[in-house]
Ligand binder design. Structure first.
Ligand code: TEU
Ligand code: CA
Length: 566
């Protein structure tokens, strides 16, 4: 059943429902384990849909549930049309989609097509037989010096080289991520047809869109020459925003998306605002929005998270200033996020507090991003202020990324000097992947058995049950933010006017259109501060505040957030 084909000018990129979306990201492995095997599953997600509806979200981004050997927890796919058995079955997916739609919740799938798993049938055939038609599904090049050296000096994202030698041959295959994640060759039209087939399979099942994993890496410069070595990635200019990226994205739009009211959000590692303007310009019909990492890179150096840099609010404000205005001229749309399955937890990050001021600072930083122009994302557990795990033993970390980096540290003194162990643990992606904390029972209500990764011990007092019972929990604050967004159209399409622009402790902005104006004021300071300018709002209606009541209009308490209707 193909939904009516929309002509582009008919309604400008479909209904654009994503502009009213509030999207909750679920990492299935860690969300809810319904059958007590220690691993989250689809039935577990189904059992929590009422919770999501109560929070008020109207869409879910589901991290990969496809069959996979799980070298990268599902971002290494061995069968795009099968569910990883411990997560469930296609039947479970059909029920999940129906149960979500019943509750007015749309489903966005994670599309991982820059690479497959090395366990994918295509790759197995490609290695088995050099003359197989699947050989050209991947990027396989002859090594230098009779195969003793890889084809060039490119490095990958997980601290390894980007080439793996094919046994008993002089050939290598490219993998920008783990060895078990061989890059697909998008130059091959057959690969692009395979991707379209995968998209149609899920769209026909009723999904509402895709989060496109590392989508700006799919086009590589075809000279495959050496590149100047850099600290983060060598070869970045050869495979980030490559020569045919726009053509490939537009082809997917033209051949698939245009037949469905589907939304796309591209994960665009290392893309600039100028590049983003081409990716999300509705007239170019490529992507609806992107995840850009300039905000989450404000506490590191050059986007290398192991190179910690003390956070300064002005740096974050500068990034918001750039992106909130930067897409206007092309009528583009932003995503808004502070956490995801690759980022450390928020408490204690960006000058916030993980201890006694955790709750008030989490409500503050939620206010700082949530009502900006764009689609806000909430990552599982962010709504209850879950924190980093602070595991002290490497064996408690499960992510391929940190094990690669710690292995590099062991063998390379330079890496050991640059990458501090404590920082590596603090920024490890595992911090976002400890089991969702539903209650204070032994395994946090995630499971009845020891989960695949340890539960954060602070489930004793940080959990959904406690949050639902407490009126001034972070959960209820997110509910209030979501209601403000839903009940005030100005948050969707109002102008963004920055206030307190030169203030190093306050981030504030006004959302304004001809009917109304909403002002958001957030203090990133852990101390009380006075701002005379706040006098201006003394007669305005206070829609939301993260403290009980306001005693002194010009005094902001630590991490105070206020939302006024002018
Ligand atoms: O992430 C791409 C990516 O850039 C991150 O891996 C980032 O480099 C790293 O997390 C920094 O710590 C996407 C997925 O979100 C990630 O989970 C996958 O591991 C990766 O692609 C490969 O599919
Ligand atoms: Ca399970």
């Amino acid at each position: 059943m193909v939904i009516k084909k929309y002509a582009y000018n008919e309604i400008m990129r479909h209904t654009m429902w994503y502009k009213e979306a509030i999207i909750y990201q679920i990492y299935p492995r860690s969300f809810c384990d319904s059958n007590n095997d220690g691993i989250g599953d689809i039935k577990g997600i189904i059992s929590k849909l009422d919770y999501l509806q109560e929070l008020g979200v109207n869409a879910v981004w589901l991290s990969p549930i496809y069959d996979s050997p799980q070298e990268d927890n599902g971002y290494d796919i061995s069968d795009y049309k099968k569910v990883y058995p411990p997560f469930g079955t296609l039947e479970d997916m059909k029920i999940l989609i129906a149960e979500m739609h019943k509750r007015g919740i749309k489903l966005i799938m994670d599309l991982v097509v820059n690479h497959t798993s090395s366990e994918h049938q295509w790759f197995k055939e490609a290695l088995l037989d050099p003359s197989s038609p699947y050989r050209d599904y991947y990027i396989i090049k002859k090594g230098r010096k009779n195969g003793k050296k890889p084809p060039n000096n490119w490095s990958g994202f997980f601290g390894e080289g980007a080439w793996e030698r094919i046994p008993n041959s002089e050939d290598y295959y490219l993998h920008l991520f783990a060895k078990g994640q061989p890059d697909l060759n998008w130059e091959n039209p057959k690969v692009r047809e395979e991707v379209k087939d995968i998209l149609r399979f899920w769209l026909e099942m009723g999904v509402d869109g895709f989060r496109c994993d590392v989508i700006t890496l799919i086009s590589k410069k075809q000279d495959f020459k050496n590149r100047f070595p850099t600290i983060a990635l060598t070869g970045k200019d050869a495979y980030v925003m490559g020569p045919r990226i726009h053509e490939f994205l537009h082809e997917l739009y033209e051949d698939v998306y245009t037949n469905y009211d589907a939304m796309t959000v591209g994960e665009t590692v290392m893309s600039s605002l100028e590049e983003a303007k081409m990716l999300v310009d509705p007239k170019r019909q490529e992507l609806d929005m992107i995840f850009n990492f300039d905000i989450t890179d404000t506490d590191n150096i050059m986007g290398v998270k192991y190179l910690y840099r003390k956070f300064k609010l002005q740096r974050m404000k500068k990034v918001y200033r750039k992106w909130q205005k930067g897409l206007d001229e092309i009528n583009g749309w932003n995503s808004l996020f502070l956490e995801n399955h690759d980022q450390r937890r928020l408490p204690g990050r960006f000058n916030t507090n993980e201890k006694d001021l955790r709750e008030v600072s989490m409500k503050m930083i939620a206010s700082s991003y949530f009502l900006l122009k764009g689609t806000p994302f909430i990552y599982q557990g962010q709504e209850i202020g879950m924190t980093n795990a602070h595991f002290e033993k490497l064996e408690d970390y499960k992510d391929v990324e940190i094990h690669n980096i710690m292995n590099l540290r062991k063998h390379h003194p330079l890496v050991k000097m640059i990458v501090k162990e404590k920082v590596a643990y603090e920024v490890s992606r595992d911090n976002a992947r400890t089991p969702m904390q539903w209650d204070d029972t032994e395994y946090a209500g995630f499971s009845k058995v020891e989960p695949w990764i340890k539960v954060n011990p602070n489930k004793e007092y940080i959990n959904v049950k406690q949050s639902l019972e407490s009126n001034d929990s972070i959960f209820h604050y997110y509910q209030d933010l979501i209601n403000i967004k839903k009940n005030h159209p100005v948050i969707k399409d109002g102008e963004v006017i920055e206030l307190f622009k030169n203030d190093n402790k306050v981030y504030a902005y006004e959302r304004k259109n001809k009917d109304e104006s909403i002002v958001v004021i957030t203090s990133f300071s852990d101390k009380p501060i006075k701002r005379k300018a706040l006098e201006e709002f003394k007669d305005n209606e206070l829609l939301l505040c993260n403290y009980q009541e306001i005693n002194d209009i010009i005094s902001l308490r630590p991490y105070e957030a206020r939302i006024y209707k002018k």
